[in-house]
Design a protein around this ligand. Structure first.
Ligand SMILES: [Mn+2]
Length: 346
């Protein structure tokens, strides 16, 4: 299945893994044959999760299909409210599948995006149809097989970039709204085309989305360069808390319950990237207390340390260079546990 063919388009060699292309085509065929889709993504939905879900929703609409977007989260990241139909995303209300209908039709099929397993889907897993009606599109290392048709490409920068491959095969014209969704997912997960996961294809898709009407500065300002006053103050507190461990190989940013009050989760999450922005640092940790003696941890790596493995030791997960988990214990205990786990790889 790993056959790679070199094809030539317009004189430029384009390398395509044929099975990846088949997946995009197969998913399109499934979409065209069926209707009434539940769309969902991982808990604490980030820019790629929300944008790739909206992109599929807009694609389905153009193909004359019905869909509804349901997330586990009570609160959505408001920075993404410029995306078309952002306001149509609903929170799972624990009231049974019968309440989830589209124009009176119940959910028949589901497409889950940017989510590797049931745990990461949260309560929405309760309304998933049977596996032969579920499609998964994701770029995380897979945890559960949730559907009979799963497209997992760990080499893809983002789920949104994968969704674009399906959009392209559908041959529908890409309008500004769809372009903004695709562009947002890619820009978010590649840190503005700068992280090590960024591929040539991302620039290629990015260029097409700009031609379709995306204003890059509008989107990057919104996601990366604007914060609420209180979030920016909280980011300042986080930076002031920076501590180094293992001779500076690991840097830790810590916020307690009080520090965190009033800040926007999504905005403050930027502190995770600062934790690994120290020269010669290998791993960065952004730890915040979300309940008394209970911490949410974001891990970043710019070395060979696979932080997905570290997060997994605490029932979390993610990617090799960006992952997350939750750990019980005091600040000191949590840092001790994490450092011990990271040391195994240093
Ligand atoms: Mn993603």
């Amino acid at each position: 299945m790993m056959l790679i063919f070199a094809l030539f388009f317009g004189g430029y060699p384009v390398y395509m893994e044929t099975n990846q292309q088949d997946f995009a085509q197969k998913i399109l065929q499934f979409i065209l044959k069926n209707d009434n889709y539940l769309l969902s993504a991982h808990i604490n939905a980030d820019g790629d999760a929300i944008a790739s879900m909206i992109a599929v929703h807009l694609l389905l609409k153009k193909l004359g299909k019905h869909s509804m977007m349901v997330l586990h989260d009570q609160k959505k990241d408001g920075r993404l409210d410029y995306l078309k139909d952002f306001d149509k995303i609903v929170h799972f209300a624990n009231d049974g599948i019968s309440n989830y209908t589209m124009d009176g039709n119940p959910v028949c099929n589901a497409i889950v995006l940017d989510v590797p397993g049931y745990d990461r889907l949260g309560d929405v897993q309760k309304i998933l149809p049977a596996k032969n009606h579920v499609i998964k599109i994701d770029h995380h290392p897979s945890e559960d097989q949730m559907g009979d048709l799963e497209w997992i490409d760990e080499h893809s920068s983002s789920t949104a970039a994968m969704v674009y491959e399906i959009v392209e095969r559908s041959e529908i014209p890409v309008d500004r709204f769809l372009a903004e969704a695709i562009f947002t997912g890619i820009v978010y997960d590649t840190g503005r085309f700068s992280f090590s996961n960024t591929r040539a294809r991302d620039f290629d898709i990015g260029a097409k989305m700009v031609e379709a009407g995306v204003e890059p500065s509008k989107i990057t300002n919104r996601i990366f360069f604007e914060n609420s006053f209180s979030s920016l103050k909280t980011i300042g507190k986080g930076l002031a808390s920076l501590e180094e461990y293992l001779n500076g190989q690991v840097n830790v940013i810590y916020l307690n319950l009080n520090d965190f009050k009033g800040a926007n989760q999504g905005e403050v999450e930027e502190l995770a990237n600062y934790s690994v922005a120290v020269r010669n640092g290998k791993v960065g940790l952004f730890i915040r207390e979300v309940k008394k003696n209970y911490h949410k941890v974001s891990l970043r790596s710019k070395s060979d340390v696979d932080v997905n493995q570290v997060a997994k030791a605490f029932d979390g997960g993610g990617h090799a260079r960006a992952a997350g988990c939750r750990i019980s214990g005091s600040k000191g205990e949590v840092i001790h546990l994490l450092i011990r786990e990271i040391s195994k790889q240093l």
